[in-house]
Ligand binder design. Structure first.
Ligand SMILES: CC(C)(COP(=O)(O)OP(=O)(O)OC[C@H]1O[C@@H](n2cnc3c(N)ncnc32)[C@H](O)[C@@H]1OP(=O)(O)O)[C@@H](O)C(=O)NCCC(=O)NCCS
Length: 386
């Protein structure tokens, strides 16, 4: 049998429709993104992350009263049970924060387990799933930052705050002080931009796990593992490393030209679905520009913008969300290794919507493979193998 010719694109199954969804559309016009039919630009400019999480997990934008109740529910979900704190205290300071979240979510699944009935009454499973989704969105910042402070200083911080937004809660726990309103809104908007993206690798992972009838925590734990890689969520960490390599835009331009000539991939550029532009980019770019200017580091933004120009000229490539998220998060004082965990916290809203949708769909996902190995080999008994 002849081996299948490798596809030219570096993305397998690109463009293959793998199922139905009412959660999101990506790049139907080359550069657009909608969550449940709402344009990402409207959501990022006019909504809060909590409204968007409600839209994704609970299927509609909340009324003012529903939003107030939802904020209280998320606030109430910020605490960590003692056995989970004990697990987090065992994780060394050298661990990657993504591994901390993966472990934390899995550990919470042993403490606040989801009881599935087995025969799988889908509707019964959905109400419980929404409650777990809200709990995970609410408590992931607590897990991450409880571990961070304990591992680095030995301090056991209080993770319950009455901040109305997840963004303020995150920044308060991280810096242990009142966050600036502009910083809170910047992070709030970034969370909206990261909240959902159709059948990307981590969401598809979550759906595959959900499709087997497995529990909610397993789906999110698996999704975190898929998101960790530099070709997916890990890209924003690498994007900052690239930007910090250069002291001036001129230095950046010369080096990036040389790297592109050597056919190096510049992380933070290109996208498997968008063909014209990433619609999230203008929003995050303005956030990064303002944070860099106000934070006294305009050169960091200037380096990023110069590289954007070089990539457009040489490769006709555009920055994806990760490119300007990196300087934005850096200016918020977020450690680089926590960039992808922020993505996790936001995307848990999207993953949850897909897990629920997959449960309602009720099917296991099981594609076929194109076999490329040898055929009809004679079996050689153990003692006779060379
Ligand atoms: C996202 C990604 C996997 C899409 O890959 P893809 O669909 O194969 O990309 P394309 O088909 O548009 O690639 C066209 C060409 O540009 C190159 N290219 C793609 N992304 C590139 C990048 N970021 N930097 C430099 N060159 C790149 C490809 O190698 C290919 O070159 P070739 O024609 O000489 O073979 C790829 O762009 C990438 O690895 N980007 C960096 C990682 C990243 O930022 N990930 C986050 C995505 S949200």
């Amino acid at each position: 049998m002849e081996n299948a010719k490798p596809a030219k694109k570096s993305v397998a199954l690109s463009g293959v429709v793998a199922g139905n969804t009412a959660v999101c559309t990506v790049g139907r016009a080359g550069n657009d993104l909608h969550y449940r039919g709402y344009d990402i630009t409207d959501l990022a400019r006019q909504a809060s992350f909590e409204e968007v999480a409600h839209l994704l997990v609970h299927e509609r934008l909340p009324t003012a009263a529903e939003l107030a109740a939802y904020r209280l529910r998320l606030q109430a979900g910020r605490g960590l049970p003692a056995p989970l704190r004990a697990v987090l205290e065992q994780i060394p300071a050298t661990a990657h924060p993504m591994d901390v979240l993966r472990t934390g979510v899995s550990a919470l699944g042993t403490i606040e387990s989801e009881r599935l009935s087995g025969s799988g009454g889908a509707l019964e499973q959905v109400a419980g799933a929404r409650a777990i989704a809200d709990r995970l969105i609410a408590c992931q910042p607590s897990m991450l930052l409880y571990w961070h402070h304990f591992a680095t200083t030995g301090r056991r911080i209080t993770v319950e705050t009455d901040d109305p937004t997840l963004a303020a809660h995150f920044l308060r726990l991280l810096h242990q002080r009142e966050p600036a309103a502009a910083h809170v809104r910047a992070l709030d908007q970034a969370l909206i931009l990261y909240a959902e993206h159709e059948f990307n690798a981590s969401t598809f992972t979550a759906r595959v796990i959900a499709g087997t009838g497995s529990d909610f925590y397993s789906a999110v734990t698996g999704a975190i593992g898929a998101l960790r890689g530099p070709k997916h969520g890990g890209a924003n960490e690498v994007a900052l490393e690239i930007a910090l390599r250069y002291r001036t835009p001129g230095e950046a331009e010369a080096d990036i030209r040389a790297r592109v000539a050597r056919k190096e991939i510049v992380i933070g550029f290109g996208h498997p679905v968008y063909t014209i532009a990433d619609p999230r980019n203008p929003i995050i770019k303005e956030i990064a520009r303002k944070l860099c200017a106000d934070g006294g580091n305009p050169d960091l933004f200037a380096v990023g913008e110069r590289i954007e120009g070089v990539m457009a000229e040489l490769k006709k490539m555009f920055p994806n969300l990760d490119w300007y998220s990196a300087p934005a998060f850096h200016m918020l004082g977020v450690p680089t290794a926590m960039f992808t965990p922020i993505f996790v916290i936001a995307r848990t809203a999207g993953w949850s919507a897909h897990v629920i949708e997959q449960r309602l769909d009720g099917k296991i996902i099981r594609p076929a493979a194109n076999y490329t190995g040898p055929e009809n080999r004679p079996f050689v008994p153990l003692g006779q193998r060379p």
